[in-house]
Design a protein around this ligand. Sequence first.
Ligand SMILES: *[C@@H]1O[C@H](CO)[C@@H](O)[C@H](O)[C@H]1NC(C)=O
Ligand SMILES: *[C@@H]1O[C@H](CO)[C@@H](O)[C@H](O)[C@H]1NC(C)=O
Ligand SMILES: *[C@@H]1O[C@H](CO)[C@@H](O)[C@H](O)[C@H]1NC(C)=O
Ligand SMILES: *[C@@H]1O[C@H](CO)[C@@H](O)[C@H](O)[C@H]1NC(C)=O
Ligand SMILES: *[C@@H]1O[C@H](CO)[C@@H](O)[C@H](O)[C@H]1NC(C)=O
Ligand SMILES: *[C@@H]1O[C@H](CO)[C@@H](O)[C@H](O)[C@H]1NC(C)=O
Length: 453
Amino acid sequence: MLTFLCAVFVVGIIIMVGKLRRPNTTQKCAHIVVLGDLGRSPRMCNHAIQFEKHKFNVQLIGYAESKLGQTISNNNNINVSALKPFPQIEGLPAVLVYGLKILWQFGTLFIRLCQLPKPDVICVQNPPSIPAIFTTFLVAKIRGARLIIDWHNYGYSMLALKHGVRHWIVHLCQKYEFFLGQLADINICVSDTFKQNLGVHLIKASVLYDKPTDQFHILTTEEKHQILMKMSTKYSYKQFQGKLDDSTRFTSEDEKNNVTYVKDRPAILVSSTSWSEDENFTLLFDALKQYGSDDTTNLPSIVCIVTGKGPLKDQFIEQVEREREQYKHIEFCFPWLDADDYPLLLGCADLGVCLHQSSSGFDLPMKVVDMFAVGVPVCAVHYDCIGELVRRDQNGVIFQDSHDLSDRLESLLRGYPDRCLKLESLKSNLKNNLSNENWSTEWETVMKPLIRL
Ligand SMILES: *[C@@H]1O[C@H](CO)[C@@H](O)[C@H](O)[C@H]1NC(C)=O
Ligand SMILES: *[C@@H]1O[C@H](CO)[C@@H](O)[C@H](O)[C@H]1NC(C)=O
Ligand SMILES: *[C@@H]1O[C@H](CO)[C@@H](O)[C@H](O)[C@H]1NC(C)=O
Ligand SMILES: *[C@@H]1O[C@H](CO)[C@@H](O)[C@H](O)[C@H]1NC(C)=O
Ligand SMILES: *[C@@H]1O[C@H](CO)[C@@H](O)[C@H](O)[C@H]1NC(C)=O
Ligand SMILES: *[C@@H]1O[C@H](CO)[C@@H](O)[C@H](O)[C@H]1NC(C)=O
């Protein structure tokens, strides 16, 4: 009897696995997985677009919190498959909730990956690592697909920010990541420093740098005016409102649709963030409190736009509200922009600020790549490998602390808008050597050989 049941069970498994492995003979299929908000995972969305260009049927799997760009939502070959988020549970110990969450994520992701058409490749973002890379590894084995891990950072280093480097969960996660990294078919990562470190842990990776997609370009005055008008009218941000109907605080349009800049406009400072522990916003806010505190000659006032969503956002906005009178020349604006508006508003800025201090020291901020592509120089806080991206006094400046940042803001913006030579020279450097590398060329050179297309 028992033997019979076992036999039935084994045959059942074989049939199921056979079914799960049955390919769709007409089209190759790629599963792109991120256990996070898809709208805030631009690199994974870019992978999806690129796989689609190579005639894959693409299944984009993750959480559907923010709106996706039109390239994805209007594409028939990219199917967005939203996972059900873990429900809020209260009154249980944190460890138990964490355990339940992992089980939930494993279950929902595993079942979804088995339901969707058979993949030829599964490409997963790391982090979040637990349980994403294990689940995708398992499904890749069962369904006969190749697993690609895209290392944006180390998951354990993010956990260490929260729990401290000595916590057991950090050690466990570290072992888990290195172990699965060795088992994956293909590993790609975001910087050369990262590649070297993965190599130390016996993971052979290739560097696929973040490069701008074609949405990011230097805007014309008309394009700037349009998005600024949209901010002022559609989204009613008063920081953008001009004196007349057809004008914003920065640009105005005459009867012949000729757009010009307003003479005494404020400078626009932009920073984008996921409001998480690896960015210290106190640095920026402290620097802005000091801005113009000694000598305001020829210093413009600043509209500081901080775009993004994330866990620490509300806390920081409250703090800024509370300390409002300490910011003498600054107005703040904290929008969340959808994927199509983001490149446009970014392109209106005079200067970008990057507070990303990699938790591992190995990853590079994609927002800086985007800012460069729209011709905006960047002040970036120093950490080990930022020099792979920001070159001192060529495309931006690197600062150490809030005093330093405030000094640099003053020296770059003094004389704005017409007589700030240093800022202009950074801008023109960016314009002159706009690299003709873009995401698609980078992907073609790095990824295509790896997946043997
Ligand atoms: C798209 O994803 C949904 C699940 O979100 C699934 O039910 C559907 O079958 C998928 N469609 C295709 C064509 O893969
Ligand atoms: C197989 O590919 C074809 C062609 O794109 C598609 O129409 C069909 O839905 C796919 N079948 C499955 C089971 O995904
Ligand atoms: C990317 O760059 C290549 C070569 O410079 C160019 O031919 C192509 O049109 C660009 N693609 C996009 C999407 O901008
Ligand atoms: C637009 O305005 C600029 C600056 O005032 C002027 O030089 C230019 O001739 C105008 N163009 C048109 C089409 O009116
Ligand atoms: C953030 O920056 C401020 C300086 O403005 C510093 O006092 C603080 O210690 C920093 N916080 C962390 C967590 O590094
Ligand atoms: C860009 O071009 C400028 C000249 O316009 C040059 O001085 C600079 O070294 C170039 N390289 C970079 C990375 O900015």
